[in-house]
Design a binder for this molecule. Sequence first.
Ligand SMILES: [Zn+2]
Ligand SMILES: [Zn+2]
Length: 257
Amino acid sequence: MESARLRVAVLASGSKGNAALIEFGDTSILLDCGLGVAQLKKRLSLIGRSPTDITAMLVTHEHGDHCAGAAAVSSRFGLPVWMTPGTAEALNGKQFARTVRFNCHANIQIGELVIEPIPVPHDAREPCQFLFRAHDRRVAWLTDLGHVSAHVARVAAGCNGLLLEFNHDPDMLKNGPYPAFLRRRVAGPYGHLSNAQSGELLRQIDCSRLDALVALHLSEVNNCSDRVRAVIDESLAGSRTQVEVASQHDVLRWLEF
Ligand SMILES: [Zn+2]
Ligand SMILES: [Zn+2]
């Protein structure tokens, strides 16, 4: 029998709502839930899934684009929601079917999947992103971080799959419609990674095993996929890595690792 592989599908990515499905064997994890019940069901159906297939929900941080639908979806389908104590504190008052608090400095196991939480610099209470591991395969999910810490760079190096934030183009942000305080927040050390920052990361780390790269959390106002692809092409020059750009409106179907 062929051994199970990690599968990832991105249901939505961006400031209006984030959600993805990560699977290994019979374990299916909903990573963030910025979508309501109806949207979630609709998008899951496009990848051949329904909410009853989901084992658990895993939440990166309390911002609405990652959590707006979490309570409704959790209580409707009886899903446990895994989060850091800080995120749980920030979401205090929301009704979940059940919450599981985890230490973001230790591995967690949900079903058959071993997951390493990665603390990140972002303006939330206790945000973390994740490294998923199965056999010798490594897939990192890294979004909503203001700069690349040494720890994040170590995690990203040598991965088979990288799902990485490309939030904004620095020039488009500078010349765009956002008010000054918002521009400072987005570009600041606890905001979001720019195309330039993520491109720089790719140039710094070992990408020799990188089968697929997915750009996440593009700003619809301060970025465009052409610019993201140009930065990635330049940073991964000559490699055969599959490149995808996740979007707010379209589901990115299964990638296997
Ligand atoms: Zn976000
Ligand atoms: Zn955020």
